[in-house]
Design a protein around this ligand. Structure first.
Ligand SMILES: *Cc1c(COP(=O)(O)O)cnc(C)c1O
Length: 392
């Protein structure tokens, strides 16, 4: 019934499973038939503080009873406080701009870089280097920034100025007088939960700084404690010029951020957003950061990360003929599967067993639970996932 309506009225951009969730509590989901699932994907790294988190729900309810939206033409208290919380938690000396999604945050990053490359009203430097297997979004520009040819079908012509490096080693040889920035994910999420090498990233950051080329880190997926630290940039111990955030920041409420150490780069009128950082979304972000800072400071996050890592590694060791490699950090984990067909079977079996998981790249089983997942939920999720794999 719902599936028929979906087919009738919604554009078919997703190969959707015939499941509809009606309730979530932390990392446990219930579907319309009453069946329970363990959530090992958190809506693609979005539901960072768990479903129907009490503190977040209360903050949102209180806020919408007062005011939900006005305009960025006025001071918005929770937006200003969210910006302060983001900047202070990051440890970087930056300012924030609020949008509504990861792609929009990256659009902002690209605009900032292009303005940085402008001299005397002319774009002197405009080229941005991105990496193969990257993912930066679905708008025309961020699709072009994404170095996967398969995503460039149908939608050209694209804006100029994006070039792709095979890997981090190739970047230096590609720099020319038009290069203004390099944009990377520290752990390539959609590309297969592939972490970049820490030493190489640090060397890249230094080399770019020496040459006055901006480093943009797309932390849309890795940000907000997903890898264990507030930002993956903190984990890699680098100081990017521009950082983008979205997914986990609003705990399910759409919000995106571009933040930069070039604090005066944009002037009134250069950029904007009708919805970005309104009372609703910025209250969500502020509440999520408060919840997670407390969770991290108490040691509970690190404990949960370790427990989750053990569960992933147990599966890796138990099924050496299925899993080639265990990859990722913190609550952003992947198991490289021997082939895409086996992975497809694991994902569909998992859904039947009652645990929701994701694919990344061609053959990576991606696990992104809510950061607040309980030990009991982890145990149950891994038990079900094990059953899904055993029946292959
Ligand atoms: C999901 C994602 C995006 C796009 O975010 P949207 O909110 O879907 O626009 C961009 N970059 C990375 C690294 C992502 O994981």
């Amino acid at each position: 019934m719902l599936k028929d309506l979906d087919r009738e009225y919604v554009l078919a951009t997703y190969a959707r499973a015939d499941v509809s969730f009606v309730k979530g509590e932390n990392a446990t989901l219930t579907d319309s038939e009453g069946k329970k699932y363990i959530d090992f994907m958190s809506g693609i790294a979005v539901v960072s503080v768990g479903h129907s988190n009490e503190k977040l729900s209360n903050a949102l309810c209180e806020q919408i009873k007062n005011i939900t939206h006005i305009s960025n033409l006025y001071l918005i208290e929770p937006q200003i406080k969210a910006a302060e919380a983001i900047v202070k938690s990051s440890g970087y000396d930056m300012r924030c701009f609020f949008g509504n999604s990861g792609a929009e945050a990256n659009e902002g990053a690209i605009k900032i870089a292009r303005k940085y490359g402008e001299v005397d009203g002319k774009i002197k430097r405009y080229k941005i280097i991105t990496l193969e297997h990257s993912f930066h979004g679905r708008t025309i520009t961020t699709v072009k920034a994404t170095a996967q040819e398969s995503m460039h079908n149908f939608f050209g012509p694209f804006p100029d100025g994006f070039v792709y490096a095979k890997d981090i080693d190739e970047i230096e040889s590609m720099l020319d007088s038009h290069t203004v920035a390099v944009m990377i994910e520290l752990v390539q999420g959609e590309g297969g939960v592939e972490p970049l090498d820490r030493d190489k990233v640090q060397a890249l950051a230094k080399m770019l700084k020496d040459r006055n080329i901006l480093l943009i880190v797309d932390e849309v997926q890795t940000g907000i404690y997903r890898t264990g630290e507030f930002l993956a940039s903190n984990l890699y111990d680098i100081e990017p010029d521009i950082i983008t955030l979205a997914k986990g920041l609003g705990g399910g409420v759409p919000i995106g951020v571009v933040m930069t150490s070039h604090k005066d780069i944009l002037s009134a009128g250069d950029h904007g957003s009708t919805f970005g950082g309104n009372y609703l979304s910025s209250t969500a972000a502020l509440s999520v950061i408060e919840i997670l800072n407390e969770y991290k400071d108490s040691g509970e996050l690190d404990e949960a990360l370790l427990y989750f890592e053990k569960g992933v590694n147990r599966l890796h060791i138990k099924y050496p003929d299925i899993f080639l490699k265990s990859v990722g950090f913190g609550m952003m984990r992947g198991l490289r599967v021997r082939d895409g067909d086996t992975l497809a079977k694991i994902i569909s079996n998992a859904l039947k067993e009652g645990v929701v998981v994701l694919k990344a790249g061609k053959n990576t089983l991606r696990l992104l639970p809510p950061l607040t997942i309980s030990k009991g939920e982890m145990d149950e999720g891994f038990f079900r996932l094990d059953n899904a794999i055993a029946s292959i």
